[in-house]
Ligand binder design. Structure first.
Ligand SMILES: Nc1ncnc2c1ncn2[C@@H]1O[C@H](COP(=O)(O)OP(=O)(O)OP(=O)(O)O)[C@@H](O)[C@H]1O
Ligand SMILES: Cc1ncsc1CCO
Length: 528
């Protein structure tokens, strides 16, 4: 009978002789893969025997990398084979049907071949670049992982549906929950993807000062729901089939605006040098409490006060990306919301690199940007952005709504693409918002201050981030419409102070029970 394997925390040993020297395997590790590319066969067998004893004592399974002969010699659970190693069929003939065979895959094609050949599990990766794995060709990121899981879940072959999966490559305590969470993104009209059975860890355990503690922590993290998902929308909300009636949707907007005023959430801006002052003033006008800080070190304390964070890449070259990474991790850890505004992300190579670093560092509850920025985040190859502005769209409304829905379901978050028409989606609910005024496109930082607004709204109403964002957008844009037609407004210069006033006045009217201005809301559902 086939051995049962619990893949939840899968440790891959490195190839140093430190493996058993004072290093202890944690009770949290469920599988150990002994990977040693340098020792001679006698040493391999001797080490594997000792490891096998320890694994048996702790209820973990031992697999041997590449070497079927060593696995047979020690009688352990099986082997793990890479794309360049022995083929699965030959390994199966040597090992027999009861033993476990795992295969490294980095594409759907390789996954299909391995499943057809009778592999028991797939090691999917490389997720992130690591010092031990410099072969960037096989770095597939979370999107590549998701594609393979989606493929397996939807393939008619029962071997694909039944195969176990772990992911590997650069997984550590700070990204493990994000990887697990974002790897599972059901798409409308398709079968659910396969769920990961576990994560494979190399240096985050083997390189830790205290491997046992590191393993225990990782084990807990893989089992616990991530803090940032505590308010996540249900995976398949009831509105899936029938979009919520817009009227019903808009009825919640005054409640959320009131909630922002009541809670007065701290709105933590790690924003660009251009918009500091106006962003702080917009935050005050909408009822939030701004703090402008580019220090990652104070992020955890701020997050604990119930803050929302916006990370705006506008002038990130001035401070470097590391404080953003520190802050993102702190907010993720506290389960507080983070908005990403990838300003000018497609404009230059350093910005594209910074975006990649940020996206790999943690989870963003909401990503907002103009069309070029959102296309860059999506990884659409033809993106060309000059500076931080987007220019008019050459895509249809349908195309744009599909883009936001695709990115939101890929990231399992909310995505807002701004412009003359805004597109908002959480992957299942997608809306257009045709509010705002051309003056917003003629002043600097309207997109950035919308990011500030949304961070505050999501902080106050994390129960439904899409709805919170919608409430913020409508207040922001309808106030702009009111300001633009005021008699004292002659152009973009006089528009800005009038708009700050109208943000404040619209909010005040809601607090006084007069939200008539919401009648100007122009929100429509999209079929994606
Ligand atoms: N022509 C327009 N008509 C109505 N609203 C607009 C128009 N142009 C922009 N807006 C609004 O302005 C806000 C910012 O959107 P925009 O796409 O200009 O952001 P952005 O390019 O990121 O701005 P910035 O880089 O200056 O911060 C959104 O609320 C959007 O709806
Ligand atoms: C003009 C400008 N340059 C970098 S950030 C920024 C503000 C608007 O995005």
């Amino acid at each position: 009978m086939k051995l049962h394997v619990d893949y939840r925390l899968y440790l891959v040993t490195d190839s140093t002789d430190a493996i058993l020297h004072g290093r202890d395997l944690s009770s949290g590790v469920t599988v150990v893969q002994y990977r040693d590319k340098t020792s001679d066969t006698a040493t391999l067998i001797a080490t594997a025997k000792r490891l096998h004893l320890i694994c048996e004592e702790q209820g973990a399974r031992l697999l041997i990398n590449d070497r079927v002969d060593v696995a047979l010699a020690v009688g352990c659970a099986g082997v793990h084979i890479g794309q360049d190693d022995m083929d699965v069929q030959t390994a199966r003939q040597l090992l027999g049907n009861d033993k476990i065979i795992g295969v490294t895959v980095s594409s759907t094609q390789q996954a299909l071949v391995a499943a057809r050949a009778g592999a028991d599990y797939l090691g999917i990766g490389t997720i992130y670049a690591t010092p031990t794995k410099k072969d960037t060709k096989s770095i597939i990121g979370v999107p590549g992982l998701r594609t393979i899981l989606q493929f397996l879940g939807n393939h008619q072959l029962k071997e694909c549906q039944n195969i176990s999966t772990v992911c590997i490559g650069g997984i550590n305590a700070s990204n493990v929950q994000t990887v697990i969470y974002q790897s599972y993104a059901p798409l409308m009209g398709q079968n659910p993807p396969k769920k990961l059975d576990g994560v494979a860890i190399v240096s985050a355990i083997m390189g830790a000062d205290d491997p046992r503690r590191a393993a225990d922590r990782l084990f807990n993290l893989t089992n616990d729901p991530p803090p940032f998902a505590s308010f996540a929308a249900p995976l398949i909300p009831p509105e899936w089939a029938k979009p919520i009636h817009i009227k019903q949707l808009l009825e919640s907007v005054p409640m959320i605006i009131k909630k922002v005023s009541k809670l007065n959430p701290l709105c933590h801006n790690m924003t660009n040098l251009v918009v500091q002052n106006i962003a702080a003033n917009v935050a005050l006008s909408i009822g939030a409490s701004p703090i402008m800080s580019t220090s990652g070190d104070e992020a955890a304390e701020l997050a604990r006060t119930g803050a929302g964070l916006v990370i705006n890449m506008g002038t990130s070259t001035a401070v470097g990306i590391q404080p953003y990474v520190t802050a993102l991790r702190a907010y993720n850890h506290e389960g507080r919301p983070v908005v990403l505004d990838p300003v000018g992300a497609g404009a230059t190579t350093p910005r594209r690199t910074a975006l990649k670093t940020l996206m790999a560092a943690g989870y963003f509850d909401l990503i907002k940007g103009n069309e070029n920025e959102i296309l860059t985040v999506l990884g659409a190859g033809d993106t060309k952005q000059r500076g931080v502005d987007s220019g008019p769209s050459n895509k249809t409304v349908h195309e744009r709504s599909k883009i936001v829905a695709e990115l939101a379901s890929r990231e399992r978050n909310v995505v807002l693409m701004t412009g003359k028409i805004d597109f908002l989606s959480d992957g299942t609910r997608t809306y257009t918002i045709r509010n705002g005024h051309p003056y917003l496109g003629m002043i600097t930082g309207s997109g950035c201050t919308l990011g500030t607004t949304i961070a505050a709204f999501v902080a106050a109403h994390p129960e439904d981030k899409l709805l919170a964002a919608l409430a913020g957008i409508l207040l922001f844009e309808i106030a702009a419409q009111r300001a633009a037609v005021r008699i004292d407004v002659k152009g973009p210069g006089t528009f800005v102070p009038a708009w700050l006033d109208e943000l404040y006045l619209c909010r005040k009217e809601v607090l006084d029970g007069q939200a008539e201005w919401l009648g100007a809301a122009d929100v429509l559902p999209c079929i994606t």
